[in-house]
Design a binder for this molecule. Sequence first.
Ligand code: ADP
Ligand code: ZN
Ligand code: ZN
Length: 723
Amino acid sequence: MRIVRVALPVPMPQLFDYTSQDVSEEDIGRCVRVPFGKGEKSGLIVALPTAADVDAERLKPVRHIQREVSALPADWLELVGFTARYYHAPLGEVVALALPPGLRRADAVADREHDPLLAPGAEGRAALAGGARPSRALGLLRQLAGEGGGLRRSAIRALEGGAAVGDLLRRGWLVEVRGDASRPGGVLPPLTNEQAAALDAFAAVPAGFVPWLLQGVTGSGKTEVYLRLAQRELAAGRQVLMLVPEIALTPQLEARVAARFPSAEVVSLHSALAEGARSRGFVRALEGHANIVLGTRLAVFAPLPRLGLILVDEEHDASYKQQEGVRYSARDLAVWRARQRGVPVVLGSATPSLESWQHARNGRYRHLVLARRAVATTLPAVRCVDTRRLKLDEGLSPALQAAIAERVARGEQSLVFLNRRGYAPVLSCPACGWVSTCPHCSANLVVHLADRRLRCHHCGCDGPIPHACPSCGNQDIQPFGRGTQRIEARLAELFPDARVLRVDRDSARTRPQWEALLAAIDAGEADILVGTQMMAKGHDFPKLTLVGVVGADASLHAADFRAPERLFQQLMQVGGRAGRAQLPGQVLIQTEYPEHPLYQCLARHDFDAFAALALEERRRAGFPPHTHQAMLRADAPALDDAVAFLRQAARLAVERAPAGLQVYDPVPMRLTRLARRERAQLLVEAGERNLLQAFLGEWVAALRAQRTARDLRWNLDVDPLDV
Ligand code: ADP
Ligand code: ZN
Ligand code: ZN
């Protein structure tokens, strides 16, 4: 009888002990079903301790250990363990997140779709040459001996006596025929000089953990670099993990990887997959069969016994950060994992996160730059349209309308890009440019219309909404971003002969819808596109030659200090959509701040200058990456309960706060009410990551020991993106 320690998906940090008559060290890392309360739960065996935490007499036996699948390896357990520690989440919840649900429930994993090519292996040939007793299996093997290239498993099963195929596989008489996974399909393009230089630089560095930042303008051929790097790993028999922000938005990439490596097993892992497919892909990776795992953030947890390289495409993308449950950053975990496994990791982007860019600048990451487009097209011309003295027609300037009219006349496409992401209701005065800033911080005050207050989301100070501009007395002050919803309708009126198509989360909810939209645009079935940030993501539109940007200024003055960084990234990406084929592109940005450095840098396509400026601002204001933050959020049916909990949390924090740790006041969240719950948050901040981590450990333990109001929920967000 041994004690079995299990991580279960419950919101409690502890592990749970059970017993088993029949368990060995080899079962560590296996899924298990156990009795829990009145029911049953499934979890993961993480240890076989010699002594239990509670009286061993009272332990219950486990019900079922899933042994059809290999155990998760020690390095995988370390990865989920690190995730739990760093994000201060219960290990069982991290395991539940990292494992496909079907696997965790210890369901059988059907491998129906996997239909390998089989041929006699060395042992099979030996059996044929003599020595094996006559049997049904040998009879079947003999039939197959003549098939030079091997046969699919399904085809063998259909043969006479084909039922013995499982037996042949178990004996090792039949083995999977694998082509050379690294053999590329099609003719490879000759590399550009920059691509070649990047690959040479990569090859010149000894094996082991090396973080790289691959900074390349849109169209510079970063993907080609990824594919060449992957090819080397595949040739060496290693596995490649490739993370992408949103797989549904990048069907082209998936197709490109599959076309490049026709003999490789490419597994996709993302949350939109059916459960069976996700479990299957995970197991293919775990057993070392998958050559390439291509997936969204959760794929960072794919077990990869022969891992050789991690690629993170569009590393700046916010969707790498999970915003609910365990709030992990797949990008950051990818770097941790590369270090743990001693392999290189390549973070790629046209517009890196300021965090990564800073590391590349100060030498912690190696920096590879692709400054030119691979195919000879120029970058689009970026110009600001000064809207200060203009009367806009539902948000559209005469210059933008004229530019669209030209495209319509020439049969080219235009995109009107609405910046809603950065939209935060900050108060501003259109007459003098005054913006509601916090008297105590460099943050902007946010308009809370529900209770007509202006609040600082950084320090918590608040006040009434003024009736007139404090600077010039203008009474027509208003939150940014008004009127964008009507643009589409107005465009249809202004251009009655043009086909106007809206592209956003509503019109492209599912992947088939999105692909249908893309196909319609490619086929030239739309003249004017109206889109949000979805349009910025990696798809080329050959006929698109104009991008008009509306509402960008909202991000200059948003409460979220990351808003300008996101705006720059988005505009550079969406601008990169214009003129990718033979036609030159143009970007028109409507703004009341044409002199703003952000737009100036953008017009010069100078990300580095922007990044240097933005980092300097962050340093002066004491924002990340110069400081490290964690956000405690609470929600309850009544705002008072949420705030009371956070006040108590702030007291507990202040009692424990080491020197150098800053505890702010609780504030209601920007979107205070969501799904009939009121939400508030509390920020803590430190100059040192280790200091913050040590504090968080103690603080979270103290918070867990608190009695809370009924129906109150709280969570901790380490390295939050939305502050
Ligand atoms: P990025 O990922 O940097 O935006 P891609 O890898 O998608 O760029 O490349 C942009 C375009 O240039 C693609 O159509 C790609 O096929 C093409 N391309 C990339 N590298 C080369 C090359 N060395 N020679 C010719 N075309 C290339
Ligand atoms: Zn403030
Ligand atoms: Zn004013």
